[in-house]
Design a protein around this ligand. Structure first.
Ligand SMILES: [Zn+2]
Length: 207
């Protein structure tokens, strides 16, 4: 059985809710959200769509936990070339999001997604959108969570959105590792003086 894993870039959603309740709502703010992502159930309190990898079965009930990636669901989606954020088929290009080390090594613990869905996540996810968003205390991380050594932890100063055609998956110590092929030139995000994520000038030409 594949373990689940703390999702570093979504821990901002952790807050206090784990009852799984969700309602459909229009996208918040003026953010453009891909139709496939907008079609997901929405977390009313946070105003964000609920990715399939954030849905967990625990003690016989379904819960939404944004802190933890549902490892088996993530792996199943990735093997089918389906998006980890909206659950629909990924087309020609596939996106991976992470810090400079993940990008340089092309080794990710977070599964792939549509480029459009990943761009929406950059704006929607508090752990990405706001600098130094507080991480979830250890006790809020699910009991079935594992995180292998040798990978980036915490919030990077810079996020890189890598776009490629292909990837493969390896299982290491019951953790799925996603290994994309060579990237096109990445889109790069950092933080402004107020701590809000921004796309760095000159990287907005692709994807
Ligand atoms: Zn998607």
């Amino acid at each position: 059985m594949l373990k689940c894993r703390a999702r570093r870039w979504q821990v901002g959603f952790s807050a206090h809710r784990s009852d799984g309740a969700a309602v459909s709502e229009p996208p918040p703010h003026n953010l453009t959200v891909p139709d496939t992502l907008a079609a997901r159930p929405w977390d009313a309190r946070r105003g964000v769509p609920i990715p399939p990898v954030s849905v967990h079965e625990r003690d016989g009930s379904t819960v939404v936990d944004f802190v933890t990636v549902n490892g088996p669901i993530a792996l199943s989606l990735a093997r089918a070339r389906d998006c980890s954020l909206c659950g629909q088929a990924i087309g020609y290009w596939v996106a991976f999001l992470g810090g400079p080390a993940s990008h340089a090594q092309r080794r990710y613990l977070d599964p792939p997604a549509h480029p459009e869905c990943m761009l929406a996540a950059v704006r929607l996810c508090p752990f990405i959108a706001l600098r130094h968003h507080r991480r979830a205390p250890e006790h809020r991380v699910g009991p079935d969570t594992a995180s292998p050594p040798g990978y980036e932890h915490g919030q990077p100063d810079q996020w890189l959105l890598g776009i490629t055609r292909r990837y493969r998956v390896e299982i290491q110590d019951d953790i799925a590792v996603y290994l994309p092929a060579a990237f096109k030139r990445p889109r790069t995000f950092d933080y402004d003086a107020a701590g809000h994520v921004r796309e760095q000038p000159g990287t907005m030409v692709e994807a």
